[in-house]
Design a binder for this molecule. Structure first.
Ligand code: ADP
Length: 270
């Protein structure tokens, strides 16, 4: 054994290890930076409604002898509180989805039930926005996962489709179950998304149209939740859009066979 060879190999191995360590440190730094950004963005987003609530409370104090004014301010406090509730709920969903542990609830989930619940939760919103909300496509598809997370994700897509659409337009939720993949497509005839925004809208707190999103009560977290929820289920989200014409978000999930009736009965009663 040539000692020079041994030392040469040792230095190669040493260099490789150093590379691995450097890579780990960079990855760690990236994650730390993401966490810091998330905390900074979250605090920034929370400041707006909290500030509004305290200003409105002061306004109520000084308008105490004008009941009409008090009612207006109280209604606005209630709206801001609702916004805070939605924001904290979404932040919690997202941090749960981003935690390293896998899904805890991995039962068979009926896509029919996920879609029915996601639509049901937004019927009133669609009605008041004058948008026709319809469901089409295949029935009877199943996936494995957490029904509540999937309902939240598809619900976010439906909510966005309604928000970014004009009155009198249609939002469709369609299913295609084929070749071991279930595709759930949420389509709208709304404002659409430009090519540069398409790459970024799945990022946390990113809004293509900042003013519109805030006006309509958006948090900038909905699509981030959709992306993480889908990935947690071993799937992916695809987006097609044309500005001025509309958008289609497609969630693709691994399909499973329909479970035996007794399991489905148990799920339905829940
Ligand atoms: P928000 O709460 O602001 O809607 P999301 O994460 O759900 O946050 O969406 C991010 C951004 O992507 C939105 O602010 C909006 O600009 C854009 N967007 C999402 N869905 C649609 C859609 N169906 N049509 C047009 N733009 C959309």
């Amino acid at each position: 054994l040539d000692p020079r060879l041994v030392s040469a190999r040792a230095s190669v191995i040493g260099a490789r290890m150093a590379l691995v360590i450097i890579r780990d440190i960079t990855e760690q730094e990236r994650l730390d930076q993401m966490r810091r950004d998330f905390v900074a963005n979250t605090s920034h987003e929370l400041k707006t409604p909290v500030g509004a609530v305290s200003l409105l409370a002061e306004a109520i104090e000084s308008a105490a002898d004008d009941p009409a004014q008090v009612r207006i301010f109280a209604a606005r406090i209630s709206a801001e509180a609702g916004r805070l509730g939605q924001l904290t709920g979404r932040i919690m969903s997202l941090s749960r989805l981003q935690a390293d542990d896998g899904l805890t609830d991995v039962d068979p989930v009926s896509i029919d039930e996920v879609i029915a619940a996601s639509i049901e939760a937004h019927v009133v919103q669609a009605d008041s926005a004058g948008v026709d909300l319809t469901r089409g496509g295949d029935r009877g598809a199943w996936v494995r996962g957490d029904a509540q997370i999937l309902i939240e994700a598809i619900g976010n897509l439906v909510a966005n489709a309604i928000v970014y659409s004009p009155r009198g337009s249609r939002v469709g939720v369609g299913v295609k179950a084929d070749g071991g993949v279930v595709e759930i497509a949420v389509s709208d005839q709304g404002i659409g998304i430009s090519e540069s925004d398409r790459e970024r809208i799945f990022e946390r707190f990113y809004r293509a149209d900042e003013a519109r999103s805030r006006r309509t009560g958006g948090t900038g977290l909905g699509l981030s939740i959709v992306k993480h929820a889908t990935q947690r289920h071993g799937g992916e989200v695809r987006l097609w859009s044309r500005p001025g014409r509309g958008s289609t978000f497609t969630v693709r999930l691994p399909q499973i066979d329909a479970p035996p009736i007794e399991d489905t009965g148990k799920k339905r009663k829940k």
